[in-house]
Design a protein around this ligand. Structure first.
Ligand code: HPA
Length: 234
């Protein structure tokens, strides 16, 4: 049963899906880390693949940027394809001094400046949180490998070019980093009883203005992938 954005049939997609923002990242992950890969989607070039990792069936699909985009893809994965575990892998901008380029950020919670949760008609604000099980597995893997990581809140913003520097207000609340998708993912998972986690490589720092080199990005990405695959496949 296809959706307007996904031509996969029921059964084509694994119960656990890795979700990079960039569809070409999804292709790279499928080619680099998975075996026996089949592509299930190319609508809008939002590539999706299913394969195996250490014998376990796993899928990977792009989400696009922003809560609106990941909101659509993750909703369909959960409601139309029976996906149970959704792990976003992305990059983020640090908004605290102690969060360094190349660190892994694990989003225990996601704040937002978006209206995504208005659809639920709640009488207050919703605390969007990660699956504790997925988070614990990711944290244990990062600890075991000795990777530098931080666990806490992120802010999923609609705004990448933040002219009014609102990140400085989130910084005062102890929020670790800015990105654009986790809140919608966590809301969709919570609403449907699915499990979600978002982890990131810190690719730039809004505090210091530094950014990663191409080489640093590659190394950081590989570390994050090890952590994500461990969380996904155990
Ligand atoms: N803001 C939002 N998303 C990001 C950033 C940022 O600074 N860096 C990497 N992804």
């Amino acid at each position: 049963m296809a959706t307007p954005h996904n031509t996969a049939n029921m059964g084509d997609i694994a119960e656990t899906v890795l979700l990079p923002g960039d569809p070409l990242r999804a292709k790279y992950i499928a080619e680099t880390y998975l075996e026996d890969v089949l592509q299930f989607n190319a609508v809008r070039n939002m590539f999706g693949y299913t394969g195996t990792y250490n014998g376990k069936r796993i899928s990977v699909m792009g989400t696009g940027m922003g809560c609106a985009s990941i909101g659509i893809y993750s909703y369909e994965l959960i409601h139309f394809y029976g996906v149970k575990n959704l792990i976003r892998i992305g990059s983020c901008g640090a908004i605290q001094e102690h969060v360094k380029l190349g660190d892994i950020v694990m989003a225990m919670g996601a704040c937002t400046d978006t209206n995504y949760a208005h659809q639920y008609k709640l009488s207050g604000s919703f605390s969007a949180t990660a699956s504790f099980d997925l988070l614990l597995r990711a944290q244990q893997m990062a600890e075991k490998k000795g990777y530098s990581y931080v666990v806490g809140n992120v802010v999923s913003s609609d705004v990448f070019y933040d002219e009014s520097e609102e990140w400085k207000e989130w910084k005062k609340m102890g929020v670790l980093a800015s990105e654009m998708e986790s809140f919608a993912l966590y809301c969709n998972a919570a609403r449907a009883g699915a499990n979600a986690l978002a982890i990131f490589t810190v690719s730039d720092s809004l505090v210091s203005g530094e950014g990663m080199s191409a080489m640093e990005r590659q190394t950081g990405f590989a570390r994050m992938m090890e952590v994500a695959l461990e969380a996904a496949c155990n």
